[in-house]
Every structure is written in C-alpha cells, then in structure tokens.
Design a protein around this ligand. Structure first.
Ligand code: THU
Length: 138
C-alpha cells in the first residue's frame, strides 16, 4: 500500500536510528528497517550477525518478526536504510529471503510499499510485487 509523505519520512528516520544498533562485526555493513502495519503500529529492526555467518538475520526480517511476535500480521510499508560502517548510505535493496518473508505479510490487493533510502530526501520506492513477482504462496 502507498503511504503518505509524512509516514515515509518517519519510517526512514526510524530505520536510520535503528541502524545504529546493527550488530555487524563481520561484514561491517549496517542496516536498519522500520515497518508500519495496516493499523498504524510501527516496528523496527536491524541486522544481527553471527560468528557462524549463515545465522545472520537481516534488518527487514528482524522487524517483521517483532511485528508478528506482537500480534501484527498486515504490513503496509517498510523502509530500509543501509551502508558500510563509517561510509555513505547506499540503496540497500532487500535480499531475496527478506522479499519472500515480506510477501507473507503483504496485502494481496493493496500490496506493500518498499522504500529503499539513503536519506529522507533520497530514496527509491517500489511495490513488493515488482521486487518479487510471482512469489510463492500457499
Ligand atoms: N543485510 C540486511 O540486513 N538486509 C538486506 O536486505 C541485505 C543484507 C545485512 C546482512 C548482513 O549482516 C549485511 O547486511 C551484509 O550482507
């Protein structure tokens, strides 16, 4: 679902703030995410790496799992902010695994807005169905 400009700005700001908590001692690539549910609740997440590299959890999935744990399953939009430690923000497009996890909680008609941001002024806007067409659903 498309969200208004104020909501978009808020999500980008919260993703940027949450990025500061990213635990990324291996890749040194810090990512923050903030999502909004259909009833206006906001959840944030950051990437959390592990010495056993494959156990790393991305920022997007961290935010989704927090929402689900609190009983929220309908996500309208998510903002993602990422970049290397000490460097400029990049357009950190969600990985394939996160796209599939997001698809689970997107509205079938209204879709989900995915905002990939370098700052509140500089972002790219997608619908999840563009990023993951023909997603697997049961
Ligand atoms: N990462 C995310 O948090 N989200 C993405 O969509 C892509 C990658 C994290 C995982 C890992 O901790 C670091 O970025 C480098 O891949």
């Amino acid at each position: 679902m498309k969200v208004n400009a104020n909501t978009k700005k808020l999500l980008i700001e919260l993703a940027t703030k949450t990025r500061n908590n990213a635990y990324a001692p291996y890749s040194h690539y810090l990512v923050g995410a903030a999502l909004i549910t259909n009833d206006g609740k906001i959840f944030t997440g950051c990437n959390c790496e592990n010495a056993s590299y494959g156990l790393t959890n991305c920022a997007e999935r961290s935010a989704v799992f927090r929402a689900v744990a609190e009983g929220y399953r309908h996500i309208d939009a998510i903002a993602i902010v990422g970049g290397p430690l000490g460097g400029e923000m990049e357009f950190a497009s969600p990985c394939g695994a996160c796209r599939q996890v997001l698809a689970e909680f997107a509205d079938k008609e209204k879709d989900m807005e995915v905002i990939v941001a370098r700052s509140v002024e500089n972002y790219k806007d997608y619908q999840l169905s563009e990023l993951l067409p023909a997603s697997f659903k049961l």
